[in-house]
Design a protein around this ligand. Structure first.
Ligand code: ADP
Ligand code: ZN
Length: 571
């Protein structure tokens, strides 16, 4: 905004200077000659005068019909004007000389012209900006069938469709409608697609913008754009607002106040204010997408703002198959195309990458004047796409990394089954999630008020089992950083046992948080025990190595195992 004002000021200033210069210059030209009053009367009577300018009480100017200009004294008689008028002369009072007048007119026109040009230039520029900032309520013609996989995510979003479609239903129970939902997960996993599907299925207008458009904005513009966006959306009874890359606006604020972040803070504050300003009668849902939930400012995640967080993860093998099928529906496929095999090959591909693969295969087939896309085209496309990815973002994970992840997760799962039979292992997966670098093992703990010493120890052992499996299979030199979170978890439990729960005889029943100078004792005991537990886990896994191999192999093949599949392998 400031910059625009500055520009306008500069242009106007320039125009004024130019016109002033012209004015002064032309004023100094001696275009008006002096004449005696007698000469004036002679010319008047011979009918040579066309105009008379009564400038002041002492001076008049007059122009002849041939255009010459003269000045002379003002006779100051009461009838002077009348006499002139009778002779059919144009009389001007209190005006400047005609030459100055025309200069004035030129100057004014010049200023107006330049001003207008500047105004239009700026207007057109700002229009360009605002139109690229948020796309007007386009009712996207997409529904949840256009999104393959992501079953849980779609389920959560369907609930919102119901909110938008039949708000009365919820109003009856005075249920608060969710206002803000954050979809988080790797790029290209269909977050935008799902936001559009939500608006489309609910049949409400869809307003979308991207946080990255707000970066490098003039001061105050970002905030006012946010207000505009919400105002536009509110003009509708119901609407969906989608903010892609919300982290560009809502990144955690730096601890030290930095002036370069002022603009972003203003934008973020505007967003927070708008969201807090929602009334319960507003049927507007704000969806935001980000790759990383943990990078967002806490203020955004507070209740009443973006308080629903839905993970959108990379597709597993079944989801990949359905995404591939979906993008193949409008393409002529040869019978030899094996979609399942393609799904197996495309580990760690996002939906966008799969779409890209199908498109690349179609291009190859077309280029070679084929009737149908063949498996060969897909495999060729796979190589092209993969080579591109490896160069671009290294997101393609090597086969060896998959093996490490598979054994690490198999270790957790197996030890959990053996030592904690009451804890359900719902799912083991080697697809990376935003929560962990490799896969994850989801444990559901039985509800109980207290934890026994043995169950705490076994929990520690389950945490250590990922590293132990790596150790056994790949050798102690090849253990990885993948156990960072596990070690933290194990340390946390063990320290609590020692310091808070009084579970070790040598420490007595004391709270070591309250006792100074006991840290060496705590350290020695933790070290001793963690080594003890780790060795016990190593032994346990070695005794059950055949099962460990079976689980790892199944994971490498299927990418994830459900509870019952795991039970079959372990029993
Ligand atoms: P994000 O917003 O998560 O970065 P997009 O929604 O922009 O990802 O996805 C980009 C494209 O990738 C989509 O237009 C679609 O063609 C394809 N795509 C991604 N995920 C899926 C999916 N689950 N099902 C079908 N197509 C998908
Ligand atoms: Zn682990």
């Amino acid at each position: 905004m400031l910059k625009i004002k500055k520009k306008l000021f500069f242009i106007t200033f320039l125009a004024l200077t130019i016109s002033l210069f012209i004015g002064v210059y032309s004023y100094n030209i001696p275009s008006v000659m002096k004449s005696s009053y007698k000469d004036f009367l002679v010319r008047l009577n011979s009918g040579k005068i066309s105009d008379v300018y009564i400038e002041s009480s002492s001076n008049i100017k007059y122009t002849l019909k041939n255009g010459k200009k003269y000045s002379t004294s003002n006779p100051n008689t009461n009838t002077f004007k009348e006499e002139l008028l009778i002779k059919d002369i144009n009389v001007h009072e209190g005006t400047y000389s005609s030459s100055n007048l025309s200069n004035m007119i030129i100057s004014v026109l010049l200023i107006l012209g330049v001003g207008l040009l500047a105004y239009r230039y700026i207007k057109s520029k700002s229009k360009l900006k605002s139109s690229s900032l948020f796309k007007e309520a386009t009712a996207p013609n997409i529904n949840f069938d256009d999104v393959a996989g992501n079953i849980e995510t779609k389920e959560s979003l369907r609930e919102l469709v119901d909110f938008l479609k039949t708000p009365e239903k919820y109003k009856k129970f005075n249920a608060r409608q969710p206002k803000g939902v954050i979809l988080y997960g790797p790029p290209g996993t269909g977050k935008t697609l799902m936001a559009k599907a939500l608006a489309s299925e609910a049949n409400v207008p869809f307003y979308s913008t991207s946080g990255s458009d707000f970066v490098q904005m003039y001061a105050g513009v970002g905030a006012s754009r946010i207000r505009d966006l919400f105002k536009k959306a509110r003009e509708n009874e119901k609407a969906v607002i989608f903010i892609d890359e919300v982290d560009a606006i809502g990144k955690k604020r730096a601890a030290s106040p930095d002036s370069s972040n002022d603009e972003r803070d203003q934008t973020l504050n505007a967003l927070l204010t708008e969201m807090s300003g929602f009334k319960s009668c507003d049927n507007i849902i704000v969806l935001a997408a980000t790759n990383r939930l943990d990078s967002l400012d806490e203020a955004l995640l507070r209740p009443g703002r973006f308080d629903r967080h839905i993970e959108v993860s990379l597709p597993d093998i079944n989801a990949r198959e359905s995404i591939l099928r979906l993008h193949c529906t409008d393409k002529p496929l040869s019978n030899d195309v094996d979609i399942r095999k393609l799904a197996e090959m495309t580990v760690y591909f996002s939906g966008a990458k799969l779409e890209n693969l199908v498109n690349e295969a179609a291009i190859l087939a077309a280029k070679n004047n084929k009737e149908l896309i063949e498996q060969f085209d897909f495999e060729k496309a796979y190589e092209i796409v993969l080579a591109g990815f490896e160069k671009k973002d290294r997101s393609y994970i090597k086969e060896n990394d998959r093996r490490i992840t598979a054994y690490h997760e198999a270790g957790h799962a197996l030890v959990s089954r053996l030592l904690l039979p009451n804890v359900k292992v719902k799912k083991v997966s080697i697809i990376p999630s935003t929560k962990g670098a490799g896969g994850y093992t989801l444990n559901i703990h039985p509800n109980s008020l207290y934890h026994t010493k043995i169950s705490l120890i076994n929990n520690i052992k389950v945490s250590l089992a990922g590293r132990a499996a790596e150790d056994i299979i790949f050798g102690s030199d090849n253990i990885t950083t993948g156990a960072e979170g596990d070690i933290k978890h194990a340390t946390n439990i063990l320290l609590s046992m020692i310091k808070h729960y009084g579970m070790f005889e040598s420490m007595g029943m004391l709270n070591y948080e309250m006792i100074e100078g006991a840290s060496q004792k705590v350290l020695d005991l933790s070290n001793y025990n963690i080594t003890l537990y780790y060795n016990e886990v190593l032994t346990l896994l070695q005794e059950n190595k055949a099962t460990l191999d079976k689980i790892a192999d199944a994971l490498l093949e299927k990418e994830y195992l459900e509870e019952d599949e795991l039970s079959i392998l372990v029993s």
